[in-house]
Ligand binder design. Structure first.
Ligand SMILES: [Zn+2]
Length: 172
């Protein structure tokens, strides 16, 4: 159902290959058990294939990484840093570790930018919403694309599904 002639990330038509894209949508509360997963093939060029596998980091994932780095930094202080009182540990070293890890995490994610004509470093397709007939019968899809021309050709290729409201296409 996805038009295969141009890369859905950068729009290139050179050596485009259909690649399974693992789309997931977390419920508002971020409960992993209720995560919805759909795998759809989309066309990618050679440069953009890696982006098919890069899911956007969720707030919970970032928080987990941040806590981990904070713990590691605090441990390093305990083993290698100068000996300080318990109070200094709680009010100075711990907050400082937390801040430093925040800077590291945001610095890391800030460096992940799309290259060249890519529209996204991460998956150029987002699963915005799903329509359901309980329990797991998916009846509708809402997809958002970071590449606007591709969103248009995707809409054209799926006119029937769009007009019957089974599919919604938007720009991310
Ligand atoms: Zn591309």
């Amino acid at each position: 159902m996805a038009p295969a002639d141009s890369c859905c990330n950068c729009g290139s038509t050179d050596k485009v290959k259909m690649t399974d894209t693992d789309l997931r949508r977390m419920p508002a509360m971020g409960l992993a058990g209720a995560e919805i997963k759909i795998v759809l093939p989309f066309p990618y060029c050679k440069e953009c294939v890696p982006s098919a596998k890069r899911r956007r980091p969720g707030a919970l994932g970032i928080l987990a990484i941040n806590s981990l780095i904070t713990a590691v930094l605090a441990m390093c202080w305990i083993f290698y840093g100068p000996l300080v009182s318990e109070e200094t540990m709680i009010y100075v070293v711990c907050p400082a570790s937390f801040l430093l890890s925040l800077i590291l995490v945001f610095g890391f994610y800030g460096m992940r930018r799309p290259s060249g004509s890519q529209t996204s470093y991460y998956q150029p397709v987002k699963l915005k919403n799903t329509g359901h007939k309980w329990p797991a019968d998916i009846t509708g899809l809402e997809l958002a694309f970071t590449n606007k021309p591709y969103a248009n050709s995707f809409t054209n290729a799926n006119k029937d599904a769009v007009s019957s409201n089974a599919l919604k296409v938007s720009n991310a």
